[in-house]
Design a protein around this ligand. Structure first.
Ligand code: AMP
Length: 280
């Protein structure tokens, strides 16, 4: 497995492989089973394209963190991450320094203007500009035949699909279902920052989403009744949002008539967690 730190190394590696299909998996590292499932899916996508290769990126992207967010505290266990990449058949890891990705005098940002306004975009101003900008850069640097993203970050995936279509980016965007701990907690690099108490309390999120699915299965179609009792259910977590939105355009919904996304963001012991489920 190649570990490439510079754009020049990446482009040299890519030019040795002209004609070999490749699948991109962008990550911020602190890899867990959610990420390694993306690598496994990427391997299958690469094989389906005829012996293709998997390129992972590990980059804690500064521009997607707000001034009071956890950029400095974000875990960065690079050696352990590289071992996981090797175990899961990644062919090359691009792990650049920030200065390699962002010129000091840069003045171009990629902004998606509709889907980004809600949910995480409302509580994290500028977050999706940072995501779109770095993902567009990674597409341009690697020109993948496919790129794999997780449904754990459902809004991010929807925005990336939109950007991919609007900017004619290369290849295909592939989504991967949420990977969970055995007790239901959605896997996240931020789980490493949870205290044991906060880790236990955070289970309330997936329990609440399971309850919402039960209500839906029992015939409930009123959006506010579907998510009624969220504050009690998620206590002592501090809710950022609990919303029922159209699964395609993320617009708020009052009565469920088409597939909807039920999305939750909440803080547990100072750690912001997100999770979601689709009702269809
Ligand atoms: P991150 O390193 O958090 O930026 O995530 C990198 C990629 O992994 C994104 O496409 C995420 O949606 C995806 N991902 C993170 N956690 C999970 C999970 N629990 N299940 C599926 N995909 C995930």
């Amino acid at each position: 497995m190649e570990v490439l730190r510079r754009k020049s190394e990446l482009s040299a590696w890519l030019s040795e492989r002209r004609g070999v299909p490749r699948v991109l998996v962008p990550t911020m590292g602190a890899l867990h089973r959610g990420h390694t499932s993306l690598f496994d899916l990427a391997r299958r996508e690469a094989a389906a394209r005829g012996g293709g290769e998997v390129v992972a990126t590990i980059f804690v992207n500064p521009t997607q963190f707000g001034p009071n967010e956890d950029f400095a505290a974000y875990p960065r266990p690079l050696e352990a991450d590289l071992a996981k990449c090797r175990e899961h058949g990644v062919d090359a890891v691009f792990a650049p320094a920030a200065a390699e990705v962002y010129a000091a005098d840069r003045s171009v940002t990629v902004t998606e203007t509709r889907l980004s306004a809600r949910l995480c975009g409302a509580s994290r101003p500028g977050h999706f500009d940072g995501v779109c900008t770095v993902v567009a850069k990674l597409f341009h640097l690697t020109r993948p035949d496919a790129a794999v993203f997780g449904e754990k970050d459902y809004q991010q995936l929807a925005i990336i699909r939109r950007m991919h279509a609007d900017l004619f980016l290369s290849g295909e965007v592939v989504g991967m279902p949420i990977v969970r701990e055995p007790d239901g907690l959605a896997m996240s690099s931020r789980n490493a920052n949870l205290s044991p108490d906060a880790r236990r309390d955070a289970l309330a999120i997936s329990r609440f989403l399971a309850e919402v699915r039960r209500r839906f299965a029992a015939g409930e179609r009123d959006a506010s009744r579907l998510v009624a009792g969220a504050h009690e259910a998620l206590a002592p977590g501090r809710i950022d949002y609990v919303e029922v939105v159209d699964a395609a355009d993320l617009a708020p919904v009052t009565v469920v008539e088409r597939p909807v996304l039920v999305a939750v963001a909440a803080h547990f012991g100072g750690v912001r967690l997100i999770d979601n489920t689709v009702l269809a």
